[in-house]
Design a protein around this ligand. Structure first.
Ligand code: URP
Ligand code: ZN
Ligand code: ZN
Length: 469
């Protein structure tokens, strides 16, 4: 009757841990009960947690760059890394380049993702919201794109207020979520010019050029403009508590505003960028990692539910290659080093270890942060992000006591380093199941390239209040 039966583990069901058995048929969860009949395959999960497969709604995979190059992670290697780390669904980004359109990029992105082994969707970046460009949005929506991404900084991507308002308006018209990278472009430019003029070019000055205030100001502005239009937004990669406080204030006023953070803001610091030579470039992402004291304050915001999603913001820039961090040489000034760090495989282990193993959150809260809430915001729930009858059988069987030292080999990505090298974690994925198929066991990823499904998304913005609960 079942293709697969899982028994013996403790599963997160109805937001609680329960000793249940799970029967899987045709890629979906068919039954959850105290006792379930034998399936063709039986997994005895004694001692393991049974969690929803990770949903990573902020990734950059095989993403084209303005200079004609690509981020170095392909869909095959990015999927391998995701499955190795217990993530079964990702939402990546389709770029728009100023002067260019959307649909051509969208079609090319979908074609590249046809090699994916994880289920996937795309956020559409809007970098140049002319009327001709905005007229392409209905065709994207028809193809299942459920969200727009707006950057308030970066030379090639940033929107001024008028342009950001236009994006918010379009999203409202078409029922799309808007995700925002909140940092003040002009303030960062001012600080960068002053630093470079003073000869301060090393990687550590990346953090000096973009202190928390530039993130807080842009977050405040993004929330205010979204309120003005009446459009829900999710603030991406919140690095510190003073930014989360802007989100908390908006939420307290009943505004549909959500906040995401990432493992780098819970484990890395600005001091990591102050390593000898070019080494600090390995930790350069935006916003910049802050301090160890800030990690505790960000956890508090997670515990309060202000930040309710943790993604990786995985970026594929190698350290040693000539297409990655050192694309302008190892003496390049901080302002031309590509931003972003790899983290697809490390996300669940780091959050479980720092969250559950360290006693900051319980297991159901962990599942909400890394799977359920991202699925809700992305319009993928309840197909994804939850262990429930009828949902896709995307599961990760998790060994909560396994102690692992993170190494780059364990990440199984195409990048030649991990910023988390040497960190100790407690808790590790033993088996990953994607739509009923065992796709990773004991570190061996067995999925076939091209077996990942395209996920048409519709955010159902009317139901999103659930995500903040
Ligand atoms: O440094 C980062 N986060 N780079 C990736 C692009 C973005 O800002 O999300
Ligand atoms: Zn960003
Ligand atoms: Zn990003």
């Amino acid at each position: 009757m079942f293709d697969l039966t899982i028994r013996g583990g403790l599963a997160v069901v109805d937001d609680a841990l329960a000793a249940v058995e799970i029967g899987i048929r045709d890629g979906r969860i068919a039954t959850i009960a105290e006792h379930v009949e034998d399936g063709d395959v039986i997994i005895q999960a004694d001692g393991l947690l049974v969690l929803p497969g990770g949903v990573d709604t902020h990734c950059h995979i095989e993403e084209p760059l303005p200079d004609g190059g690509f981020q170095e992670e392909s869909w095959v290697t990015g999927s391998r890394s995701a499955l190795a780390g217990g993530t079964t669904t990702v939402v990546a980004h389709t770029p728009q380049f100023k002067g260019g359109g959307l649909l051509e990029q969208h079609r090319a992105a979908r074609a590249r993702a046809s090699q994916a082994m994880v289920d996937h969707g795309f956020h559409q970046i809007i970098a140049d919201p002319t009327e001709a460009v905005m007229a392409e949005i209905p065709a994207l929506v028809a193809d299942g794109v459920g969200s727009l991404k707006a950057f308030l900084t970066y030379d090639s991507l940033h929107l001024n207020d008028a342009q950001f308002l236009r994006v918010l308006q379009a999203a409202k018209q078409h029922g799309l979520m808007v995700h925002v990278h909140c940092e003040n472009y002009d303030a960062i430019n001012l600080a960068t010019r002053a630093l470079l003029a003073a000869g301060c070019t090393a990687p550590k000055y990346h953090a000096t050029s973009r202190p928390p205030v530039v993130e807080r100001e842009a977050t405040h502005r993004a929330i205010a403009l979204a309120e003005f239009i009446g459009q829900p937004i999710q603030v991406f990669h919140v690095s510190c508590a003073e930014v989360a406080a802007e989100i908390a204030a908006a939420q307290a006023r009943g505004l549909p505003v959500w906040g995401e953070t990432c493992p780098q803001y819970l484990t890395l610091t600005a001091d990591d960028m102050d390593r000898p030579g070019f080494e600090g470039a390995k930790f350069m992402c935006s916003p910049a990692p802050r301090s160890a004291a800030e990690h505790a304050r960000v956890w508090e915001m997670i515990q309060r539910g202000v930040l309710d999603v943790i993604t990786s913001d995985h970026c594929g820039f190698s350290f040693g290659g000539d297409r990655g961090k050192a694309r302008h040489g190892r003496d390049a000034a901080f302002d031309v080093v590509p931003n972003g760090i790899p983290g697809l495989a490390a996300r669940l282990p780091l959050v479980f270890s720092e969250g559950v193993s360290a006693g900051r959150i319980d297991v159901p809260h962990f599942a909400r942060l890394v799977a359920t809430n991202p699925a809700k915001i992305a319009g993928l729930y309840p197909r994804k992000g939850v262990i429930a009858v009828g949902s896709d059988a995307d599961l990760v069987l998790w060994d909560p006591g396994r102690q692992v030292t993170l190494t780059n080999d364990l990440m199984q990505h195409a990048i030649d380093y991990t910023p988390y090298e040497g960190m100790q974690v407690t808790g590790w994925p033993a088996i990953t199941i994607r739509r009923g198929e065992i796709v990773m066991q004991d570190g061996q990823v067995t999925a076939r390239p091209g077996s990942g499904a395209w996920l048409p998304r519709s955010p159902r913005l009317d139901t999103l209040a659930m995500a903040a609960d």
